[in-house]
Design a protein around this ligand. Structure first.
Ligand code: CU
Length: 160
């Protein structure tokens, strides 16, 4: 009874807020993983765990919208292969055709949730490589993201 479920939910929310604060402070030290576009869209924390499969992989990133206008992510493209946007709902993956990026909000792709699904990859991504992907929005200009390939077991830091 030390941790009733509702309190855990609240804590998780607080941790997410703390993380967002940390991210903007320590962004310069994590080097070139983020990139900026016009229209208040910024992308951070992009990575791809080195895939097991030869031609399929997942990718994760966070899209922040600093403007007062909501936008939508409408597609993601790459010369490396085909990319679709997926959500994980009840343990099953479902393809999405657009995802909202709320005004002054974030669209988060992370393990176990929304993810970018790479398919028909021309060659298997290896740790240390960089995959270039282009995000397309309903309103904002496209944003090019350099997505580093991490180890297969890489997990982004979720707290201190
Ligand atoms: Cu998927």
């Amino acid at each position: 009874m030390r941790r009733p479920t509702p309190a855990v939910g609240v804590l998780a929310g607080a941790a997410a807020l703390l993380l967002a604060g940390c991210g903007s402070d320590s962004g310069s030290s994590s080097s070139s993983e983020g990139s900026s576009g016009q229209g208040g869209i910024t992308v951070s924390g992009a990575y791809m765990p080195q895939p097991v499969s030869d031609d399929m992989a997942a990718g994760y990133l966070t899209i922040a919208n600093d403007s007062g206008t909501k936008d939508e992510l409408t597609s993601v493209t790459s010369s490396a292969g085909e990319i679709t946007m997926h959500e994980t709902a009840g343990g099953a993956m479902q393809e999405l055709t657009e995802l909202p990026v709320p005004a002054h909000g974030q669209l988060v792709f992370k393990s176990g949730g929304n993810h970018l699904m790479f398919d028909k990859l021309k060659r298997k991504p290896k740790q240390g490589q960089i995959i270039s992907v282009e995000l397309h929005f309903a309103s904002s200009d496209p944003v090019v993201v350099k997505m580093p390939v991490k180890s297969a077991t890489y997990v982004p830091k979720t707290g201190h």
